[in-house]
Write a protein that binds this ligand. Sequence first.
Ligand code: LCS
Length: 393
Amino acid sequence: MKTDKLGINTKLIHAGNFKDQFGSATVPIYQTSTFAFENVDEGAKCFAGESNGYIYTRIGNPTINALEEAVATLENAYRGIAVSSGMAAVTTIYMAMLEKGAHMISTEAVYGPSRGVMENHFSRFGVESTYVNTCNVEEIKNAIKPNTKMLFIETPANPTMDITDLKACAAIAKEHGLILVVDNTFSSPYLQRPLDLGADIVFHSMTKFLNGHADVVAGMILTKDESLYNKLRVMMVNMGCNMDPHQAYLVIRGIKTLGIRIERAQENAMKIAEFLENHPKIEWVKYPGLKSHPQYKLAQEQMDGPGSMICFELKGGLDAGKILQDNVKVALLAVSLGGVETLIQHPASMTHSKVPKEARLKAGITDGLVRYAVGIEDVEDLINDLKEALDKI
Ligand code: LCS
């Protein structure tokens, strides 16, 4: 089936085009580490790349391949590379694209470990990095050095919900010969397709929206460029960051409902953001669907919807935040996001605890910032839950 003319919800169900000899409606789990060859010549052809036959699951597997094709269809990519986690995607990209002496520019409020692994580990191999407020493209331009190789953008950023102009970044990357990498975890391809806006590489923590059920850790790397794909694929295989077939099966299942999950969570998020914005105990709320969001207009242009992630600051700062988070009963106090269940967490002490305090504050991740990942429960229950917990402050 040709999928390029289909709507996104049809693609979500049929993307990947998997067919087996039994006409199975779902993709079977090929839970095998290795694949037997008919004879030595066939084995040699597989290793020489002259045949598409499978060799070994770290290199490729039919279940994993079906997932790679499905997400590639959604992102309008050449192909996808499934990996064991979102962080496996980050490290594979850094390893494949940066060498000793290279410099990377990244979003200041990037997911903590994406920054931590660069500053604490890649720095040991002579890779330099600079973190700027990428919402202001002048800051990106000013940070470019002769050895800059990569522009690494997270938008919306975790947890500040800052939005970076991807078309403007693509123009800067093109002018200066940089590779533009975009972390599309917070939007998923349902709401944003960075490759179509000029990004070279896109990746996901599929642990979040794509899987959507808080039962898998997984990642995916995508590109439109065959030579970048080959470089990334070889790195993934050699580092052993591969996905497991059972993991792939669960993400394929989750993807089918991505559209209806996001629509419902987004509808809930809008109502919750409005409730929070009008609450006397809330200092400020940042949600791309609210006109008060600093990049509201850009969000409207670049994304197909504001998503379901909200961050806010309570008037009572950290102490008030603790009371709120200890008293919610429907939302779970947990890290992660993008699942059917609503989660609340405190970035300063959890997801961003390894980012030095000064850098964290500069990135806008204040001590009292609360992150709220909206799920698909009944919105009245979520609002009442927040109302009752806020009353305890
Ligand atoms: N990129 C973003 C934007 C993320 O939010 C995360 C995980 C990752 C990459 C890494 O993906 P993983 O290896 O966990 O699949 N974010 C988390 C969070 O906000 N709370 O817990 C994990």
